[in-house]
Design a binder for this molecule. Sequence first.
Ligand SMILES: Nc1ncnc2c1ncn2[C@@H]1O[C@H](COP(=O)(O)OP(=O)(O)OP(=O)(O)O)[C@@H](O)[C@H]1O
Ligand SMILES: [Mg+2]
Length: 262
Amino acid sequence: MSLTIDPGVILESRDLTKRFGGLVAVNKANIKVWRNKMTLIIGPNGAGKTTFVNLCTGVLRPDEGRILFDPYGKGVAIDITDKPSHERFRLGMARTFQIPQPFLSLTVLDNVLISLRNRGENPFYAPFKKLWGREEEENIEKAFKILKDVGLDKYWDLEAKSLGAGQLKMLELARALATGAKLIILDEPIGGTDPAYANDIFKQIRRLRETTDLSFLIIEHRIDIAIPFVDYVYAMDRGRVIAEGDPNSVINNPQVIEVYIG
Ligand SMILES: Nc1ncnc2c1ncn2[C@@H]1O[C@H](COP(=O)(O)OP(=O)(O)OP(=O)(O)O)[C@@H](O)[C@H]1O
Ligand SMILES: [Mg+2]
C-alpha cells in the first residue's frame, strides 16, 4: 500500500475493520483526520466510535485495514497499524480519556510538569542531565503557558481534586499538550459537564486549534454543542461511516437524522 498521504491529513484509516466475534464494530472505515482542524465523529451508542479511537491509539489491533500517521505534514505517512501505543505516543499522538485521570493530590501546575518531564526523560536526553536545573525552570515557564492556553493558569497552585468536572477535562488536555503531541484525541471531552462549561471547553479547544498547529479528533455525543465549533464531521452507524462533510451538511443528512431519531 502506498504511504503517500494528503499533506492536509495527519491521520488516515484505510478500510479499517475490527470484529468482536460475529460483531463488526468497525467496518471498512475510511476516515481522515485533518491537519490543524477539529474533526468530529458522531453516531449513536455502539456505532464504533470508541473502537475506532482504540484502533488509532493502539489499544486494539484491527483485523483488516491500515492506519497512517503523518505528524509533520511531509506527505509521506508512517504506517502505525502494528506499532505499540507508546510508539504512537512518541510520534505525537495523545489521547485524553473519557474519565480524566490527573494526580488528584498534586497541584494543577505539578500535573502539567509531570507530563513535561516525562517528555524530557527520553533516554536520549539522559547524558544532558547537567542541564536539568535550567530545564526545570523552562518547564515551569512552559507549564504556565500551557495552563494559560487552556484557561487554568489562575488555578495553578490548587490541588487537582478541587477542580470542577470541566476544569479537570481542561487539565487533562493541558497534560496532553505538555507531552508535545501533534494530534490530540478527545473521547467525549464534555461528558458530565453543564452546558455553559461544555461550550467553554469547545471554545478553548477551538482557540487552541486557531493559535497552534495542533489537530484534534473528537468523539462527542452532545452534537448540538460540538457542531458549531468543528471543521469536519463523520457520522458512523453500526461500524460504518454513513456520512461525512461539513458539519451542517452531515447533521442535515437524512440517513444521519434517521439513525438518531429512528
Ligand atoms: N472489547 C469488546 N468486546 C466485545 N464487543 C465490544 C468490545 N468493545 C466494543 N464492543 C462492541 O462494539 C460495538 C461498538 O462499540 P463502541 O464502544 O466502539 O461504540 P461507541 O460508538 O463508542 O458507543 P458509545 O456512544 O456508547 O460510547 C458495540 O456493539 C460494543 O458493544
Ligand atoms: Mg464510546
